[in-house]
Design a protein around this ligand. Structure first.
Ligand SMILES: [Zn+2]
Length: 157
């Protein structure tokens, strides 16, 4: 952020306070808040889980559903909506597992939600290249990813 969100003037980077930058004209402050992102571990009642991948992923590696939370939407509501949009599946929220920071994306605050499939028809949406529901397999997930972290948590519960 280089310019004031209120009046458009240049922000002062050397502000000495809680805010990261402050407007040189109107004193508007920018706090550089993290962006809340929901990430969803989706299980089924048959010991399967939902896998999602993009074309640019390493070969045979999958992730899970994630997406930005809309204004006026809870993390749990965003979880159900994102799963529906990316995969066509309907889910119910089982539990909110709290937050985690990604090493690769330090500006995002990930909120981990566990959902269970209860309907819908599996079909890749606009934000996913491939979707799959298959038996649980840690090897399919990117090592060190939040998706892997969530699966391990699920298995250890
Ligand atoms: Zn300003």
């Amino acid at each position: 952020m280089n310019y004031c969100g209120d009046c458009g003037s240049l922000l002062n980077e050397n502000y000495n306070g809680n805010a990261k930058k402050v407007c040189t004209k109107c004193n508007w402050k920018w706090y550089d808040p993290p962006v809340p992102v929901v990430i969803v571990f989706v299980s089924t009642q048959n010991n399967e889980m939902l896998y999602v991948r993009q074309k640019w992923f390493p070969e045979n590696k999958w992730a899970t559903v994630s997406g930005f939370i809309d204004k006026h939407e809870s993390a749990e509501e965003a979880a159900v909506r994102e799963v529906r949009e990316e995969t066509g599946l309907e889910t119910r929220v089982i539990e909110n597992w709290g937050t985690i920071i990604s090493k690769n994306r330090p500006n995002d605050l990930y909120i981990m939600v566990h959902c269970e499939v209860n309907g819908g028809k599996l079909q890749a949406g606009d934000d996913a290249d491939e979707v799959d529901v298959a038996p649980i397999d840690t090897q399919r997930l990117i090592e060190g990813s939040i998706a892997e972290h969530m699966l391990l948590k699920f298995l250890n519960n």
